[in-house]
Write a protein that binds this ligand. Sequence first.
Ligand code: AMP
Length: 113
Amino acid sequence: MSDCVFCKIIAGEIPSRKVYEDDRILAFYDLEPQAPVHVLIVPKEHIGCADELDEENSAVVGYIFSKIPEIAASLKLTGGYRVVNNCREDGGQSVFHLHFHLLGGKKLGLDMA
Ligand code: AMP
């Protein structure tokens, strides 16, 4: 999508601090970290949000989760971490390209909402 910030990051048109990349996904540091370690993991295919997942395009979500242990280990998140997805307005989504926040580096609070 031409006006999508994360598509531009994937295309290299906007710089990012990359943590992991392969042909299907990219992980990079969040610009405004909310924890000592705050990384975003995105599919390279543009999917707007969790609400747009279906049987055709959702395999990449499993793939992302299969890579999270490796990404977390590379970030030395040995004590654990949190994975968050915000979906649309009520979920607090601000960038409409499916992404998972990987948060850690301290004992996180328990507030979920
Ligand atoms: P969400 O609110 O779940 O849509 O999360 C979007 C996240 O993207 C926020 O945490 C922003 O800080 C982050 N963000 C927005 N633009 C950039 C960027 N150019 N590079 C890195 N992170 C970004």
